[in-house]
Design a protein around this ligand. Structure first.
Ligand SMILES: [Fe+2]
Length: 333
């Protein structure tokens, strides 16, 4: 497993992020929050536009300033479940200000074991309480109900793994009673030659589940560089009507050229370009800036959000051409 050295020094009060576990602080101030009613159906619409992850390190300033650049926020239920005090206050105040989208970290879709009824019921109740329009989990192995590996480990792109993922996806979607999506992850171990390529693996899950995908554009790019495939051909293979949300983030380049998905750097130009290519095809769908490590001052993050907004508007205002189903391989010659 490759570690980002910068991640080790990042201070955070969150138990978990998409880039690994975090310490919970014993010095969190206790602030009582008051739940506010949601819209009539208990859910708020998520506007198209740029969202930001509701990280504890940023949350207080973000809530107090409520910058106009941020259209919605994403949070991990695991960081709020069974927690009161300041966490409850942040959650309640965020609900008043923005639509919330949830993104799970622990019920990974490649886990072979059956998810426990208690975990699913707790998740369902939480999702309803924050009024998310959809929920997502990672397309990876993350442990089982008894133990977590605290990492997002890759799956083999095989028929056996497909069967596990499809079964678990359907089980979880039924249990949480909510629109459900999986997210493509970054990985660093090469696949065997006898499986599908990654894009076809994702497309096959969508086909067999009739589900949705949270497409992480940075993960597509990082994997394409590390394993030599065409990221645009990957995007072309994913049915655009199934893409419910996008993620974009920065990554780190090691001296040996390997790209590491850290969520700890600024977004690079190549990822901006791939995002624009994607948005030209999807039209305006919610796009999240993920920043979990080396979190800069809010004003600096907002400048990156503004850069995203410029690309978002440019890409989604262009007339879209009807897309032919792709039959070509993502493999580069
Ligand atoms: Fe992501």
């Amino acid at each position: 497993m490759v570690k980002d050295p910068a991640a080790e020094s990042a201070a955070s009060h969150e138990l978990l992020t998409a880039k690994g576990p975090r310490r919970a602080s014993a010095a969190v101030p206790c602030v009582l929050g008051k739940a506010q009613p949601l819209s009539t159906d208990g859910r708020k619409d998520v506007p198209a536009g740029i969202g930001l992850g509701l990280r504890y390190d940023l949350a207080r300033e973000l809530i107090d300033r409520a910058p106009s650049e941020i259209a919605w926020v994403e949070l991990h239920p695991e960081n709020y479940l069974r927690r009161g005090g300041a966490y409850r206050a942040i959650l309640d105040e965020a609900r008043e200000r923005w639509p919330i989208v949830t993104h799970g970290l622990t019920l990974c879709l490649g886990n072979e074991s059956e998810p426990s009824g208690a975990s699913l019921a707790e998740t369902k109740n939480f999702l309803q309480s924050v009024g998310t329009r959809w929920h997502s989990e990672h397309l990876c192995f993350g442990g089982d109900d008894q133990s977590l590996v605290h990492d997002l480990l890759p799956l083999p792109f095989t028929e056996e793994a497909l069967s596990i993922v499809v079964t678990r996806f359907n089980r979880m979607r039924d249990a949480i009673d909510c629109e459900f999506a999986f997210e493509n992850v970054s990985y660093y171990a090469p696949q065997s030659d006898d499986g599908l390529d990654e894009a076809r693996f994702c497309a096959e899950i969508l086909e067999r589940t009739d589900g949705k995908i949270l497409l992480d554009v940075n993960n597509v790019f990082v994997n394409s560089k590390n394993f030599s495939f065409d990221p645009r051909a990957y995007i072309d293979l994913i049915p655009t009507e199934r893409i419910v949300q996008l993620h974009v983030a920065g990554h780190f380049i090691r001296p040996d050229g390997v790209r590491i998905d850290t969520h700890g750097e600024q977004i690079c130009r190549d990822v901006f370009e791939l995002l624009e290519y994607t948005l030209e095809r999807t039209g305006p769908i919610p796009t999240l800036l993920e920043r979990d490590n080396n979190i800069p001052p809010l004003d600096e993050l907002l400048r990156e959000v503004q850069a995203l907004q410029t690309i978002y508007e440019r890409a989604t205002k262009r007339p879209r051409e009807p897309k032919e189903p792709s039959t070509h391989s993502t493999r580069l010659a």
